[in-house]
Design a binder for this molecule. Structure first.
Ligand code: FAD
Length: 466
């Protein structure tokens, strides 16, 4: 008999957790993990695998957990992924693997994400086994960007025996995993462990190098690299272009999150640019970034934080688990409102004038189009505004280098396996898809690693030209 209910995972108390940045979800114990693994039906044609962008052998790793063979379970996962501790925490399991679990038709789906996280954490505590590095091929690849796409590409290139040097613009590697996703969802120690593992795998990492500025692609080829992978993400914030966006106290979500995650600006009021959110914060947007920014603002001491979203909850792109946790913590949701201007006093924002919206017919995204209701403007007093209405790739590399084909959103066009059409240059992750997910970026990096390997064999005859 299958137990209909999933084994619950403990979470910190909502009132307590907003006092700091401790991880909200606590994780399974070994007994809980085995108990949950026993719910898996071990389907012959597992639809959960189809729902996983990395194509992980889900029944395979769960079968090992059921037998108590946690080492075996992590080995199965690592055949296809390099970031199980990260994906176990932040993937949208409810729509990916778990959304496809056959149990979900009648009961709770198997908690695949929690099980993935469990075995990855178990490995951290019991000794990380690095994958085998392939015999040296003599080929060198420059990986630009150290987010999940860069990490995935670098790790799989090492498994294939190629030399890899990673270049990161910021002072620390990890991409959005480190500077975007807050610690209460993804502790920095996890990301730092993954970066250390990458170094131990033989990847050389250079931080504070902005490719396109400190180094051109041409310089990389001149320095002896045989291919370049661009995993530079899509983190250039978008603004609405309305009056008042230039006021002090109006941040992009990226800036707010980066200042907290990377610079700890909230801890140092003596900084020239300290971070103070004040009593009331408003966050404009409805994606994960908006929810993260709102939850961070609460933790920085705001008494009230409101999400201002122009559609309704049904159209929100944020993961439902995140919305649920934000609500538990006291984040307020105001739907069908859109700012038309921010009002300032002495150069600082003090209010947002918003117009009420109604939903019309679906637009090109398939979501119902929000339409302003004339004469419905309301003024909402607030001390801080965070704009989380979307991001695009930074055009630095594509504007300074020739030959890239771009979409109208500024993302790089590739052939599906990451080839850009510029000789020797591949790309993957958010810079190709636009803002997406960690697992999609990691999987794109892995696909590109194999495409680079094929490129070396087919176009360069399998032997590096010196
Ligand atoms: C706040 C927030 C929360 C999110 N939450 C989730 C979540 O819960 N689950 C999920 O699956 N996804 C989530 N995402 C999306 C996910 O983080 C991204 O899809 C993913 O990180 C993309 O990976 P990437 O490697 O393509 O790019 P990034 O992670 O953006 O990494 C790109 C790296 O390239 C570097 N770089 C850029 N330009 C240059 C240059 N010219 N030279 C050198 N280096 C450069 C950047 O500094 C950065 O470190 C979230 C995103 C944000 C912003």
């Amino acid at each position: 008999m299958i137990r209909p209910e999933a084994t619950p995972m403990r979470h910190l108390d909502p009132k307590e957790r907003t006092k700091g940045f401790a991880e909200v979800a606590v994780g399974y114990t070994p007994d809980e993990a085995v108990r949950e693994a026993e719910r898996c039906l071990q389907c012959k044609r597992p639809s959960c695998v189809e729902g996983c962008p990395a194509g992980n052998d889900i029944p395979g790793f769960i079968a090992r957990i059921r037998e108590g063979d946690f080492r075996g379970a992590i080995r199965v996962l690592k055949e296809t992924t390099v970031l199980p501790a990260v994906c176990g925490r932040v993937c949208p399991h409810e729509v990916q693997c778990q959304g496809h679990c056959v149990l979900a038709k009648k009961f709770d789906p198997v908690q695949i994400g929690a099980l993935e996280r469990f075995v990855a954490d178990w490995e951290y505590e019991n000794g990380v086994e690095l994958p085998e590095v392939g015999s040296p091929t003599g080929f060198r690849v420059a990986v630009v960007g150290s987010g999940p796409a860069g990490i995935g590409c670098a790790a799989f290139l090492r498994r294939l025996g190629h030399d890899v040097v990673m270049f990161e613009a910021l002072q620390e590697a990890g991409g959005v995993l480190l500077y975007g996703i807050p610690e209460f969802r993804l502790p920095h120690r996890i990301v730092r462990t993954e970066i250390r593992n990458l170094r131990e795998l033989g990847v050389e990492i250079h931080t504070n190098v902005v490719v396109g500025r400190s180094l051109a692609l041409e310089d990389l080829f001149a320095e002896g690299f045989h291919a370049v992978f661009l995993g530079t993400g899509a983190e250039k914030p978008q603004f609405m272009g309305i009056p008042g966006e230039e006021l002090a106290g109006v941040y992009s979500a990226n800036e707010l999150l980066m200042r907290v995650n990377l610079f700890n600006a909230h801890l140092f009021p003596e900084y020239d640019t300290p971070l103070r959110v004040g009593r009331v914060g408003g966050v404009v947007g409805g994606g994960n970034t908006a929810i993260d920014a709102a939850r961070v603002a609460l933790r920085l001491g705001a008494e009230r934080v409101m999400i201002l979203y122009r559609r309704t909850e049904a159209e929100m792109p944020a993961f439902s688990a995140e919305v649920h946790e934000a609500r538990e913590e006291g984040v307020e949701f105001h739907f069908l409102v859109n700012p038309v201007r921010f009002i300032g006093e002495g150069g600082r924002v003090v209010a947002a004038e918003c117009v009420r919206m109604r939903l019309g017919e679906p637009d090109s995204s398939g979501r119902r189009r929000p339409i302003p209701i004339e004469g419905s403007n309301v003024t909402i007093p607030l001390d801080t505004v965070v704009m989380a209405i979307g991001t695009r790739p930074d055009p630095l590399i594509t504007q300074t280098e020739e030959g890239f084909r771009l979409t109208r959103w500024g993302t790089i066009e590739t052939d599906g396996d990451g080839y850009t059409g510029v000789e020797g240059v591949f790309a993957g992750g958010d810079v190709v898809t636009g803002p997406a997910t960690v697992v999609a970026a990691m999987a794109a990096g892995r696909r590109a690693a194999h495409a680079i390997d094929r490129y070396f064999r087919e176009r360069q005859g399998g032997r590096p030209r010196r």
